[in-house]
Design a protein around this ligand. Structure first.
Ligand code: MN
Ligand code: MN
Length: 470
């Protein structure tokens, strides 16, 4: 081949093939600087917010600083007004009223703020063989072995019978004690090692150590260690064992977010899924200029357990909020929804060279190629996906290309390897055009997930441009 024809072939391939360049070869120096500055703030947010309630509190603080006001039913709303509504301290919806009528639809970015974790059971404390332990029930899809031999924090709330609410956070300060679930020493694990990963670690063995010193109040009695733990809890929080019945207590990794790699290009942390999309969506609605169409940011709970319940994406909370906004303009909510568009902001699996057998290199997302657009999720023949139609995906990719968002496409692994879903289908079921857009993640659902700073920033850019120009 002559040099000339080589060049021509290269040119043709560039024109005709989907072959995204590494984002670092495309990102401008200014964008790179902003990406790294933003990711430092994001890391601080992750260490602060390890539960959905903490994420909601953070969002309210940030929104109020940016001029958002709590929405009350019947409130008069004008273009440029910024409002938010909190649902049971576990999910939040924010809106910036646009110049156009709500009948023309709204632009929604929806993410979730719950992450896999270890929940405390209803009657959790028991004593066995000189130790007091918590019984737990894991929340979301976890590989159980990853949660043993791991430092854990305890976060959440206890609501006493009289309604008094007690905030619990133990383990985040360096002087705090932490908690852990033990694992078997390899010396005695010959039987365990022969088991499948599924069988070797059971939900009933995920018990968290609470204490080991017996109570001096009752030298001859039984359960003296549990008694000592309850005495201590009564002293600190004024609670009895009954109060665990009305509590939302979670064990989460006592791990801080850290830069990963010599070049510090990655962030390792607990809860990127889906706080990386929640954070970038929140920043986008706060920073976007007064939009033509109304912007809506929804941060939902319970995605990891199927989006059910009052605070999940299947709740009427979202519909009620849209109906209320529409009522203020005499618009019809169903008309608003059929003209709306939604980016279902959630993470995707990044291609992992340690496990190439589960992914398709051409179709799965990769680290540093930018934000990831996923046309469909689901499993076993696209079961359970809402799949965005070609028309809508065309408009979305056109938007990103016009505004120099570095993005790529993704899918959830090889066909019949597994699969999964997001909140996309619950939005789409409301007759809202919806497509998944998010950030590629390595070690998803583990206590230490990894994302790229460039991809994180491009997700922000994608949501920002969607609010500003879609
Ligand atoms: Mn997710
Ligand atoms: Mn998830």
């Amino acid at each position: 081949m002559s040099d000339n024809s080589k060049d021509r072939a290269k040119e043709l391939k560039k024109k005709l093939f989907y072959d995204p360049e590494n984002g670092y070869d495309r990102i401008s120096p200014a964008d790179r600087e902003t990406a790294y500055a933003m990711s430092t703030e994001y890391s601080a947010f992750l260490d602060l917010c390890k539960t959905e309630t903490e994420c909601v509190e953070y969002s309210v603080r940030l929104a109020c600083k940016a001029g958002f006001r709590p929405y009350t039913r019947g409130m008069r709303l004008n273009p440029g007004d910024k409002v938010y509504s909190v649902n049971r301290e576990k999910s939040i919806i924010l809106a910036v009223i646009g110049k156009e009528s709500l009948s023309n639809g709204v632009n929604i970015v929806g993410a979730h703020i719950d992450s896999p974790r270890i929940d405390v059971r209803t009657i959790p404390l028991y004593e066995d063989s000189g130790m007091c332990l918590f019984k737990t029930h894991y929340y979301g899809g976890i590989k159980k072995y990853q949660w043993t031999s791991l430092p854990l924090e305890l976060r959440g709330v206890i609501v006493k019978k009289d309604g008094a609410k007690i905030q619990v956070s133990v383990g985040s300060s360096p002087n705090d004690p932490i908690f852990t679930i033990t694992d078997l020493l390899p010396h005695l694990a010959s039987d365990q090692m022969k088991k499948s990963l599924y069988d070797a670690f059971t939900g009933e063995s995920l018990n968290v150590i609470a204490g080991t010193i017996p109570s001096i109040s009752d030298k001859d009695g039984s359960e003296r260690i549990k008694l000592a733990v309850m005495e201590q809890l009564f002293e600190i929080y004024g609670i009895t064992e009954h109060d665990f019945i009305s509590a939302d207590l979670y064990f989460v990794p006592a791990v801080s977010s850290r830069d990963v790699g010599f070049d510090r290009s990655l962030i390792g942390a607990y809860g990127h899924d889906d706080r990386v999309c929640a954070y970038t969506a929140l920043q986008a609605i706060i920073k976007a200029k007064s939009p033509e169409k109304t912007s809506v940011c929804l941060l939902a709970d319970k995605e990891e357990t199927g989006s059910d319940g009052t605070t999940g994406m299947q709740s009427r909370f979202f519909d009620t909020f849209i109906e209320d906004l529409c009522a203020s303009q005499g618009a019809l909510a169903r008309q608003c929804m059929e003209n709306s568009a939604c980016l279902s902001a959630d993470v995707s699996n990044a291609f992992d060279p340690n496990y190439p057998e589960v992914s398709d290199k051409r179709n799965d997302s990769r680290i540093n190629l930018g934000a990831v657009l996923t046309k469909y999720t689901g499993s076993r023949g696209k079961y359970g996906t809402s799949e965005a139609d070609a028309d809508f995906v065309s408009k979305v990719r056109n938007l990103f290309d016009r505004h120099n968002v570095i993005w790529q496409t993704g899918q959830l692994g090889k066909v019949d390897q597994g699969g999964g879903g997001t909140i996309a289908k619950y939005m789409a079921n409301r007759n809202i055009d919806t497509v998944d857009m998010g950030v590629p993640v390595l070690s998803m659902h583990s206590p230490f997930e990894v994302i790229s700073k460039l991809d994180f920033y491009m997700a922000f850019r994608a949501f920002f441009e969607f609010y500003s120009h879609f």
